[in-house]
Design a protein around this ligand. Structure first.
Ligand SMILES: *[C@@H]1O[C@H](CO)[C@@H](O)[C@H](O)[C@H]1NC(C)=O
Ligand SMILES: *[C@@H]1O[C@H](CO)[C@@H](O)[C@H](O)[C@H]1NC(C)=O
Ligand SMILES: *[C@@H]1O[C@H](CO)[C@@H](O)[C@H](O)[C@H]1NC(C)=O
Length: 401
């Protein structure tokens, strides 16, 4: 266990106990049953999974086989070249590090937290950093896998399942490219697609967004779509991770899948997405083996980041973040960012309304992290900041209403 991780989880209840909003539920008269133990916070070790770009043995580009590739100029359709994005990722990481060097702690937290449903140009928005976005303009994340949602003069592209049914890489790539350009033209930074769930349940209400039930076909369609979209200049988002095969009870059902089936069927399109250099992945609403997708260490950290070598970020589906435990199980960005949907409870919005939500509790947590942020031991530790913010906000839900 990372000692700081344990410290934090123990400190949260201690620091915040007296600040918590009063319990609205009238409780029965106390009985002789003892109250639950006060320290109910669960301490989970911060994962130490290494990160390296896929495919791990081919970090060193090989000309004519695994060449250095810029996402804007992928190999042409039908090429036998395997793009190597390791240098692009390394460059992006360096740029990001330089960029956040001048951010305050709170601004760093803002980078991983949306400002609420449609509180900006897009369905999800990372706020501008610095006055009028002078430090960084933020991000605009917009639906859908089939074209720009909520926009006028936009194209309704063919559905995923129709696209895959062409069995034509050239058309699939071109559809991706044109979607990417249209998103960029509308001011979107992150296009929330493609969708690559398998359509395991015939009644699945969103099956048509995806590429059908054949994992190989879905994988190739995801690969070509992403190469096309990112060549168009937008960040793509592989979704929904994973086993989101039905819409009925989608936030309550658990999809229980053994490891081999997971790899051979459901995860394969995600592997191909990562090979296409996808920037982001979205974890899904459902549970997997009884654990929420956005809290699933096995899926996000072990399979996606360690085994597949994913270098980008995982965001939650809208309102699929359930707790701060996610920060150590692989989630990087919470969307749309408010604690409960439409509650306007992100710190930023509270601030806009000039409601003071920062208490001694928040100040305490921040100073705790000022220490750790000064010498971040790992990416995970840094990410913990974002989620601390989220947790603190939830404590102050009442103040924001
Ligand atoms: C930000 O925008 C406001 C309104 O346009 C303006 O008054 C202010 O000077 C701007 N600040 C900076 C730092 O550009
Ligand atoms: C789900 O459980 C099965 C059977 O124990 C196991 O093979 C698989 O790896 C588990 N998956 C996750 C994501 O925990
Ligand atoms: C949330 O905040 C936005 C922007 O300030 C405002 O337009 C909207 O009405 C608010 N919604 C609620 C439910 O308070």
């Amino acid at each position: 266990m990372h000692p700081l991780g344990a410290l934090v989880f123990l400190l949260i209840p201690t620091l915040c106990a007296s600040q918590e909003a009063p319990d609205a539920t009238p409780t029965a008269a106390p009985t002789d049953i003892p109250p639950p133990a006060t320290e109910t916070a669960i301490a989970v070790p911060i994962s130490e999974y290494p990160f390296s770009a896929f495919p791990p043995p081919l970090q060193t580009p090989v000309a004519g086989v695994v060449p250095v590739t810029d996402p804007r100029e992928p190999p042409p359709v039908g090429s036998s070249l395997i793009p190597n994005f390791a240098q692009a990722w390394a460059g992006a990481y360096q740029e990001a590090k330089n960029k956040i060097a001048g951010f305050t702690l709170e601004e760093k937290a803002d980078v991983g937290t949306g400002v609420g449903w449609m509180n900006g140009r897009c369905v999800g928005n990372i706020p501008p950093i610095g006055e009028n976005g002078t430090k960084w303009p933020g991000l605009c994340l917009e639906d859908s896998p089939l074209g720009v949602r909520f926009g006028d003069y936009v194209t309704a592209f063919p559905t995923g399942v129709n696209t895959a049914a062409t069995f034509n890489r050239k058309l699939i790539r071109r559809r991706g490219l044109f979607m990417g350009r249209e998103f960029v033209g509308k001011g979107v930074n992150v296009a929330l697609g493609p969708m690559m769930n398998i359509g395991r349940i015939a009644q699945g209400g969103r099956n048509w967004e995806g590429f059908g039930a054949d994992p190989f076909l879905a994988g190739e369609a995801a690969y070509e779509t992403i190469l096309g979209m990112q060549a168009g200049g937008v960040q793509a988002c592989a979704k929904h991770l994973i086993n989101n095969e039905q819409e009925h009870f989608r936030t309550r059902e658990s999809s229980d899948v053994d490891d081999r089936t997971q790899h051979e069927i459901y995860a394969h399109p995600f592997l191909r997405s990562i090979m296409a250099g996808v920037t982001s992945i979205m974890c899904s609403y459902n549970l997997i083996n009884g654990t929420y997708a956005c809290e699933n260490d096995k899926i996000m950290n072990d399979i996606i980041k360690r085994e597949f070598g994913f270098q980008g970020y995982i965001m939650s589906d809208w309102q699929a973040t359930h707790s701060t435990i996610s920060v150590i199980t692989g989630l990087d960005m919470t969307m749309p960012g408010d604690i409960t949907f439409l509650s306007n409870t992100t710190v930023r919005i509270c601030r806009q309304r000039e409601i003071k939500v920062f208490s001694d509790c928040f100040a305490g947590l921040l100073s705790l992290f000022a220490v750790s942020a000064a010498s971040p031991k790992s990416l995970h530790l840094f990410k913990l900041l974002f989620f601390l913010k989220w947790q603190v906000e939830s404590l102050f839900l009442e103040f924001c209403r």
